[in-house]
Design a protein around this ligand. Structure first.
Ligand SMILES: *[C@@H]1O[C@H](CO)[C@@H](O)[C@H](O)[C@H]1NC(C)=O
Ligand SMILES: *[C@@H]1O[C@H](CO)[C@@H](O)[C@H](O)[C@H]1NC(C)=O
Ligand SMILES: *[C@@H]1O[C@H](CO)[C@@H](O)[C@H](O)[C@H]1NC(C)=O
Ligand SMILES: *[C@@H]1O[C@H](CO)[C@@H](O)[C@H](O)[C@H]1NC(C)=O
Length: 612
């Protein structure tokens, strides 16, 4: 799952790799973001970035250029994915590991070996964690205004739920200690640990001993829930909620550290209005040094594939000029706090979803559409480890896609088309089994929820709408159907032909206004604009659509399925030109139309009505 944090020049992409909410955040400059969710998440699969490695020539080289940074990341994660006792492999990745970039250079080889092994297992520096205080202080990054606030004494109590699978014991214990140290005693009713069937021995007896010892001082304070089989993040949260008895429940990962005063502002907001679901603001615990890195204040949203992303807070919030004011948020990215009974009334989480992914989007959309609200509080801060990688790599894209389609079908009305478009799959007979959604549809009816259009207009106005799209998919020329139109290297905006792989660089969208977008569907108005195919002095180019429109460039194309693609102004056609210097034997060109034909994978019904 990709949560994208944007500032002007830097982008941090958060990829949740598997199982639990392990958000891996990486810093890049701009464009790389768009690839991460689609390419990087498929690490165990042969992704083009990897496949290209051995074969450096022609167009391939240019793609490598484009994917270069990404490739480094992918390779690093491939190297650092868990090893099953293969010491040779350990040796090879030893010197390259990102673990030692900022930490441990002066350690002896044996310690480094142990540290690396733990890093590969946990995705963070478990070796260092074992050596840090369970009660360490962390910097107070709350905005100024938060520090002097007073709260009523009769706030509701909270149960804190930690869910985990194969987490380092010291990390779990530090999460618990920080919760106990930084939550006023009278407000913290209990802590609930949900073990989603870890197979790590440390989490059996040793954790049990810790629980026993804590409970000997405070009987029943820590409750333990163990799953006898792996249920995934979604059902783990619900298990924790079931075990909770305080009026408010906080659902968290077990690799966090609570900051001073985190609980009071949240409990006050929920006490004022029980239909508010509240997220703290997140800071980062660096996976290698365990230093706390301050993150800017953000709202939490999603793109059209329903991957989560960080958003700039809404204008209305900036206008308040009050950095301690609550930030309205379209959705949630991970951890949240909720009134225990309200959570049941609103329908918990969709337990028909698998493993993880999309459940926080579903919750956010559902709460808003059904009369509640979601907000992020700047005064409640929690630091969270963004892992370098997840212990068990598994291709989760299929689960995320399936879950996204459930959300689309139940909650998004006519806008469900956008989710299918973003995933580049047909809307009819997609061949994807999304399970039974009758219960969720009944819930929506029972709660008399508003439409998704209402939600987009009023709650998530930053989200781009694509109601004028009439066809989408990959674009192939009948002369050579194993090649697809591809956005090519991002640096020079020249579209190319490339072997069809169907990932986002080959997504094409054709609109009723005769524009052709190539590449990822830009999710929000704060993101880079879509790239439009433009005839620039007889050459095909990809230019930001809004710029091309403003400059009255030649960006309109006549296209019918199985026919030519002809620029409406220049009358030139997009065609293939035989070129033996080119790796694939053809190059893309604009020329006098010779009757070449193109097909795009998916047509929307609107297209046929326009054509006829
Ligand atoms: C904080 O509150 C106290 C008492 O309410 C007050 O005396 C003090 O001036 C306040 N400090 C700031 C920085 O506002
Ligand atoms: C915003 O608030 C700060 C103090 O909190 C003040 O100095 C500044 O003038 C305010 N800006 C505007 C535009 O109101
Ligand atoms: C800023 O927001 C906080 C939290 O809502 C509120 O308590 C405080 O009064 C606000 N400050 C100003 C100057 O409006
Ligand atoms: C393109 O399609 C037209 C009409 O179906 C057909 O007559 C023509 O031969 C096709 N051109 C090519 C190059 O396949």
């Amino acid at each position: 799952m990709a949560c994208t944090r944007r500032t002007k020049t830097l982008v941090s992409t958060c990829v949740i790799l598997s199982g639990m909410t392990n958000i891996v955040c990486l810093l890049y400059v701009g464009w790389v973001t768009n690839y991460i969710a689609n390419v990087y998440i498929k690490v165990p699969m042969p992704v083009p970035a990897k496949k290209l490695e051995g074969d450096r020539k022609g167009e391939t080289l240019r793609i490598i250029e484009r994917l270069d940074r990404l490739e480094n990341v992918v390779n690093q994660h491939i190297q650092e994915s868990p090893l099953k006792g293969d010491d040779n492999q350990l040796d090879r990745s030893f010197s390259d590991s990102s673990l030692f970039n900022h930490w441990g250079q002066d350690m002896g080889p044996e310690s480094r070996r142990v540290a690396l092994k733990m890093f590969q297992y946990y995705g963070y520096n478990g070796y260092l964690s074992d050596r840090l205080s369970m009660d360490r202080p962390i910097p107070d990054y709350r905005p100024e205004g938060c520090k002097n606030m007073s709260y009523p004494s009769n706030l509701p109590q909270v149960s804190i739920v930690f869910i985990f699978v194969n987490e380092a014991l010291s990390v779990i214990v530090r999460s618990i200690h920080s919760a106990m140290n930084r939550t006023p005693r009278h407000l913290l009713k209990e802590i609930i640990l949900v073990d989603d069937n870890s197979n790590n021995d440390e989490l059996k007896e040793k954790l049990q001993d810790f629980v026993k010892e804590t409970n000997s001082k405070q009987p029943g304070f820590i409750k333990m829930v163990r799953h006898s089989k792996q249920e995934g993040l979604i059902r783990s949260r619900v298990s924790g909620w079931r075990a909770a008895s305080a009026p408010v429940v906080a659902l968290f990962d077990a690799h966090v550290e609570f900051n001073t005063g985190w609980a009071e502002p949240i409990l006050q907001r929920i006490k004022e209005d029980r239909t508010r679901i509240v997220s703290p603001s997140f800071d980062n615990i660096k996976y290698d040094t365990f230093e706390i890195e301050e993150y800017p204040l953000s709202a939490q949203g999603f793109d059209w594939e329903l991957w989560c992303r960080y958003l700039n807070p809404p204008k209305s919030w900036w206008n308040l000029n009050n950095s301690s004011a609550p930030i309205r948020s379209p959705a949630l990215i991970g951890c949240f706090v909720v009134d225990r009974e309200y959570f049941a009334e609103i329908g918990l989480l969709d337990e028909g979803m698998e493993i993880y992914g999309g459940e926080n989007v579903e919750l956010g959309v559902r709460v808003w559409q059904c009369g509640g609200s979601v907000e992020v509080l700047p005064c409640a801060r929690i630091a969270h480890i963004e892992r370098a990688h997840k212990p068990y790599t598994e291709d989760l894209t299929a689960h995320v896609r399936r879950n996204a389609l459930r959300v689309a079908e139940v909650w998004m009305d006519e806008f469900k088309s956008h989710v299918y478009m973003a995933w580049n799959i047909p809307q009819e007979d997609s061949g994807i089994d999304i399970g039974d959604i009758a219960e969720r549809k009944a819930l929506r009816k029972k709660l008399q929820c508003k439409t998704f259009r209402w939600y987009l207009v009023n709650i998530y106005p930053e989200m781009r709408m694509y109601t004028d799209t009439i066809a989408y998919g990959v674009l192939r020329n009948s002369l050579k159907t194993d090649l697809c139109l591809d956005q090519g290297p991002d640096t020079d905006n020249i579209p190319i032909l490339y072997l069809c792989h169907g990932m986002t660089p080959q997504n094409v969208y054709y609109t009723s206004t005769q524009q052709l977008f190539v590449g990822v569907l830009s999710p929000t108005i704060d993101d880079d604009d879509n790239k439009c195919l433009v005839d620039v002095n007889g050459r095909p180019r990809l230019i930001e659509c809004s710029y091309a429109v403003a400059k009255r460039m030649k960006l309109h194309w006549r296209f019918t399925q199985g026919g030519s693609i002809q620029n409406t102004k220049s009358k030139r056609c997009l065609e293939l030109l035989e070129n033996n210097d080119n790796e694939f034997g053809y190059q893309l060109t604009l020329q006098k139309c010779t009757g070449q034909n193109w097909t795009i994978t998916n047509m929307l019904s609107l297209w046929s009505t326009l054509v006829s």
